[in-house]
Design a protein. Sequence first.
Length: 259
Amino acid sequence: MTTGKDTWQPDTYARFAAERRQPFFDLLALVDPIPGGRAVDLGCGTGELTRELHRRTGAAETLGLDSSEAMLAKAAPFAGDGLRFDRGDIAAFAPAEPYDLVFSNAAYHWVPDHPALLARLTRAVAPGGQLAFQVPDNFSHASHRAAEAASAEEPFGNALGGGAHPKNVLAPEEYARLLDRLGYREQTVRLQVYGHRLDSREGVVGWVEGSLLSEYRRRLPPELYPAFVERYREVLFTMIPDERPYFFTFRRILARARR
């Protein structure tokens, strides 16, 4: 996540906290413990999962980094016993000393140029250390296509400068090739589809308001954003069935590698 106007709303994001947690724990299960080591969680959000990362890896020191002051305010109570939080931009992360684990759950998709990003992050991984990340890859789902369609309509298209949500995520096999070229001696890269039973299709709107639509909230004038959400809802509901419960499929890429 890049710095700028902070449009993240922790309470909105947390509406589906249980569903969003599972990919984190699946990624963490791929990571080897680093007792007494140093870890960093890039895009730590509200901090409770970073606390789990710190505890389960056995790290002596863990840094949670996020660009959102609102998220960091929620994370602050979890600090202590070697865990701390700081504000920072993933796109500019270049620590003076490397880490034994560079971890990120659902944050890199906000950052452009993933080949350059992974090359820079690799320099932050100590010899023998691990890089682990999870990125959403749901751009083909109606939840994302509806936002792209609505953003092309006026008055939203002009206000957005004609640009929809950026698509920075690569194919799983491209991440595997990149990690190999960057010198990782072992790796796991997998595409996983998570299924979420929402009360109704209205739940999809609530879900993306806590994530995808935050980018549109940031870029649109405040008075235009509610109209955009309503138009998004209208477009979305022409694409998905009115089912109760609504089964929301969500693709994610999980990767873990060791130098």
